[in-house]
Design a protein around this ligand. Structure first.
Ligand code: SF4
Length: 290
C-alpha cells in the first residue's frame, strides 16, 4: 500500500531517505514456527496464533506519528497498477511469525513509543487480510498503552468487528480513486468497501489520514479527484488530513524481477503544477493537505 509513501515505507526501501529513517528491518529477531504441518499452520492462522509477515522495521515519520514499529503483512486481494510491493501479494510468500513473539517485540519498544509519541503500525500487502493476528496484537498493544495504526485500503473492512476497530487509534486509509470504474481500473477491485469502512471508522471514533496516490494519466483527472474529495467528506471530522502521494518508479524493478507485466512502464511522476492543482482541489473542500 504505500510512500508513495508516506504510505509504505517498504516502497522507499531503496531510497537514501528511507534508509536514514530505518533502524533495522527484514525479519530479524523472529523465530519462525518450525515443525508445523500445513494443517496446523492453517489452524494457527485462523486463530491468529501465527501471522504471515513480509518484513518489519522501526522508522520515524513514515507510517504514523512518532517512532513506529511497522509490520508488513503478506497477502493482498488487490492488484494496483502502481503497486510498489508486488512481492507482498501472496500470503504464502511471507514468513510465519508467532503472535507471542510479535507482542513481545511491541513490549520491547514500548518505552521508545511512549517517549516519541509513536506506536505500532500494520501495513502490507493488505494489513486486513489476516484479521485475527493483527487484532490480537492491537488488543495487546492497547493493554500496554501503545498507540495503534492500521495502513489499509479498507477493501477487507468486513473482516473487522466494531470492537476490533475500537482498538485502532489511527487508520491510514488509501482512497485509490473516486468512482467504481476508475477504482476497478486502478486496483482490479471495488470501491464501495473502502467507503463503507471509512464511515465505520468515523462512527467509531478512529482518526483517519487519507492517502491518495497521484498517477498521471490514471488517477489525475479533475473529476476523479473531486469524487475522492466527496468521499472523504462523508468521513467527516475523522479525517485529520489528506496525503497526496506522487507516483514514482521505485517499485519497477520488483515487477521485472517477478516477471509480472507492468502497465506503468513509461509513466512519469506528476509535475509540480499537477500536484499543486490536485492539492488545491482537496483544499477547496476544506481539507488539510500534505
Ligand atoms: S496491490 Fe495491494 S499492496 Fe499493492 S498498492 Fe495495492 S493495496 Fe497496496
Amino acid at each position: 500500500m504505500s510512500d508513495f509513501r508516506t504510505t509504505k515505507p517498504h516502497m522507499l526501501r531503496q531510497s537514501k531517505v528511507y534508509e536514514s529513517r530505518t533502524l533495522m528491518g527484514g525479519l530479524s529477531g523472529f523465530e519462525s514456527p518450525v515443525g508445523m504441518d500445513r494443517r496446523d499452520r492453517l489452524q494457527a492462522l485462523k486463530t491468529g496464533d501465527i501471522g504471515f509477515v513480509h518484513s518489519w522495521d522501526i522508522n520515524t515519520s513514515v507510517d504514523g506519528p512518532g517512532t513506529r514499529m511497522t509490520v508488513f503483512m503478506s497477502g493482498c486481494p488487490l492488484r494496483c497498477q502502481y503497486c510498489q510491493n508486488p512481492d507482498t501479494w501472496k500470503m504464502r510468500d511471507g514468513q510465519p511469525v508467532y503472535l507471542d513473539a510479535m507482542v513481545a517485540k511491541v513490549e520491547r519498544y514500548k518505552d521508545l513509543f511512549q517517549l516519541t509519541g509513536g506506536g505500532i503500525t500494520f501495513s502490507g500487502g493488505e494489513s486486513m487480510q489476516q484479521p485475527k493476528f493483527v487484532t490480537r496484537v492491537f488488543r495487546a498493544a492497547k493493554e500496554m498503552g501503545v498507540h495503534t495504526c492500521l495502513d489499509t485500503s479498507g477493501f477487507l473492512g468486513e473482516n473487522y468487528s466494531d470492537d476490533d476497530i475500537r482498538d485502532v487509534d489511527l487508520c491510514l486509509l488509501d482512497v485509490k480513486s473516486g468512482d467504481e470504474e476508475t477504482y476497478r481500473k486502478v486496483t482490479g477491485g471495488s470501491l464501495q468497501p473502502t467507503i463503507d469502512f471509512g464511515k465505520r471508522l468515523s462512527r467509531l471514533g478512529t482518526k483517519i489520514w487519507v492517502r491518495f496516490v497521484l498517477v498521471p494519466g490514471l488517477t489525475d483527472s479533475e473529476d476523479n479527484v473531486e469524487n475522492v474529495a466527496s468521499i472523504c467528506q462523508e468521513f467527516g471530522d475523522a479525517v485529520e488530513h489528506i496525503d497526496v502521494l506522487p507516483f514514482h518508479q521505485l517499485g519497477r524493478p520488483k515487477w521485472h524481477e517477478l516477471r509480472i507485466p507492468y502497465s506503468l512502464e513509461d509513466t512519469k511522476g506528476p509535475s509540480a503544477a499537477l500536484k499543486e492543482r490536485v492539492m488545491g482541489q482537496f483544499r477547496n473542500h476544506g481539507f488539510v493537505v500534505y
